[in-house]
Design a protein around this ligand. Structure first.
Ligand code: NAD
Length: 285
């Protein structure tokens, strides 16, 4: 499929991701329809100067449906839209959880791709004010994306990469993985661990203020630089940790991390966290 004269529907166009991908799609010469059912979402679409179109009016005619609805709604939304889409069209979802859990209505004759934005790297060398301001990605700071073909041939990847690079742009590169492995990245690596540790850093910073006579400003002055050096030492080997630091790190690991932490990579554990996120009893894989 070519991206010439492409017709795209963004379903959930007024949500957080819907607005972001719509901002980028609006800059293309593709025909883009903004579909949204929530009142607040409709208002956001209109406030951005875009018209809201009922999904049913356009879904049978589009080449790509970007489903930017909440993961918990994807079962209902794919059951509704997939039977109405034209042969050869692509369903693009933005998170692997629902695909992994077997919740999507997967119709033969349609391609299904799931693509997640990686967000701009903590090590990105940002050069402009716009790049500095773009913490999430999708505006000015370049980011990667990792995607998976849930249904379809290898041939759809170049086309899918063009669409993914547009909705999440600027994109440096789209990497490909299986739906299962993408679910190991998101949620296991990114949310179960990365985001949890990010929030934990905030919790220990607040606890430091609570347990000492220092104010938050003093604690942040010391901590933010140390977070950066810890990340660059550990992830890029920029400098060795000092011998005393290594001993304190061992103490911290023993005090805080459970010895069997790698169980989060077992599929049974992944099923549990995905079922929790999707608010379902169990995944159907
Ligand atoms: N928010 C993030 O940081 C983020 C990052 C990466 C991927 N994602 C993924 O993007 C997708 C959307 O998440 P979000 O956080 O933007 O959700 P959101 O709740 O912010 O927005 C969802 C929008 O969909 C609308 N909607 C719900 N049902 C609809 C329907 N049947 N038809 C049309 N519109 C409908 C809602 O009114 C809402 O405006 C999810 O798959 C999520 O996992 C989100």
């Amino acid at each position: 499929m070519s991206t010439k004269d492409l017709k795209v529907a963004v379903v959930g166009a007024g949500g957080k991701m819907g607005m972001r991908v719509s901002d980028n799609l609006a800059k293309t010469d593709w025909t883009v329809y903004y579909c949204e059912t929530g009142e607040a979402g409709k208002q956001r679409v209109e406030d951005a100067g875009r018209a809201v179109t009922p999904t049913d009016d356009v879904i049978g005619d589009v080449d790509v449906a970007v489903l930017a609805v909440p993961d918990v709604a994807l079962e209902t939304v794919t059951a509704d839209v997939a039977p109405k889409m034209k042969e050869g069209a692509m369903v693009l979802t933005l998170d692997p959880a629902a695909a992994y859990a077997g919740l999507l209505t997967v119709r033969e004759g349609l391609d299904y791709v799931v693509a997640h934005p990686a967000h701009p790297s903590v090590f990105l060398e940002r050069k402009t004010d716009e790049e500095y301001a773009d913490t999430f990605g999708g505006i000015a700071a370049p980011q990667y994306s990792v995607a998976a073909v849930q249904q379809g041939s290898e041939d759809i990847k170049p086309f899918a990469e063009e669409v993914i690079s547009t909705i999440y742009g600027p994109v440096i590169k789209v990497y490909w993985a299986s739906v299962h492995d993408l679910a190991v990245l998101e949620p296991t690596l990114n949310e179960t661990v990365g985001c949890m540790i990010g929030q934990f850093l905030k919790d220990v910073m607040d606890a430091t203020v609570k347990h000492t006579d220092m104010d938050l400003e003093t604690v942040q002055a010391m901590f933010f630089g140390h977070i950066y050096i810890a990340l660059t030492n550990a992830l890029r080997g920029s400098n060795p940790f000092s011998d005393a630091c290594l001993l304190a790190m061992d103490y911290g690991r023993e005090a805080i991390i459970k010895p069997d932490w790698e169980r989060i990579f077992n599929d049974d554990d992944l099923d549990v966290v995905i079922a929790k996120m999707l608010k379902i009893d169990a995944v159907r894989r």
